[in-house]
Design a protein. Structure first.
Length: 258
């Protein structure tokens, strides 16, 4: 896209240490810092770059960077099977879709998420799932169907609790991993650095999902069913696209399995 904006012959992305911005080659070469430690180097032999063109390219990259930081916006998962799965925040209009995903889940999946033998979810609960007090809901959507969702709930001690649910047909395809990574980014953007998750005794699905999302998992010394999730690095899920769903070997998880 930058090559098109500049009508350049060549645009390459290099480490900023190799960009050499002082080397302009009579205006036929331009350098644009981008991200952490990187820069675009553009070259055009047939005519030198004009100042309005350089300003337009700079504005384009600033707009791109702003979009990359728009964590409230939707993100498209880059899946090898080509399925269009989008992560986005939940709204009250998603009540019916949230109810439907619960109906498609097995009793085991629901038990691992809610730790109770419920088979149907009361409609008043659905609104709280989508718009939780002191929290955020994040949906994984394919077409018109919600295929999974996560919650991020602020706690009185300054931490946030995360939980996940992915319907059975979409489990072990990286959906839970992508949801958790996005929730971590949302939590960090809101100033929360410590997350917790509750699991059933002996169920390590959430722990495995957290590891795949780039988190370090610690068990609470007071309660083995409470996991502390620590971000050793910020998962790259900002922007309009992410490749956190690789091959179907990656298994997502709920508070138990999802």
């Amino acid at each position: 896209m930058l090559r098109m904006v500049l009508s350049a012959d060549l645009v390459t992305l290099v480490p900023v240490s190799e960009a050499n911005p002082g080397r302009t080659e009579g205006g036929h070469r331009a350098v644009f810092p981008f991200g952490d430690g990187q820069a675009f180097v553009a070259r055009r032999r047939w005519v030198a770059f004009a100042e309005p063109e350089l300003a337009q390219a700079t504005a384009f990259l600033e707009l791109l960077a702003a979009a990359e930081q728009n964590l409230a916006g939707p993100v498209l998962l880059d899946r090898p099977d080509g399925a269009a799965v989008v992560l986005r925040l939940g709204t009250p209009r998603d009540v019916d879709a949230i109810g439907a995903v619960h109906l498609r889940c097995s009793a085991k999946t629901l038990f691992n998420r809610y730790h109770t033998g419920m088979r149907t979810v009361p409609r008043k609960w659905l609104h709280r799932l989508l718009m939780p007090p002191r929290g955020t809901s994040l949906l994984a959507v394919c077409g018109r169907d919600v295929i999974g969702f996560g919650q991020l709930i602020s706690q009185l001690d300054g931490t946030s609790e995360v939980s996940l649910l992915v319907e059975d047909a979409w489990q072990r395809q990286g959906i839970g991993t992508a949801l958790l990574a996005r929730l971590v980014a949302l939590a960090e953007a809101g100033g929360t650095t410590e997350l917790t998750a509750v699991r059933l005794p002996g169920n390590d699905a959430m722990a495995r999902t957290a590891v795949r999302a780039g988190l370090r998992v610690e068990t609470s010394p007071d309660d083995s069913t409470v996991l502390r999730l620590v971000a050793d690095r910020t998962p790259r899920v900002s922007g309009s696209r992410t490749s956190l769903c690789p091959a179907p070997r990656a298994a997502p998880a709920s508070s138990g399995r999802g």
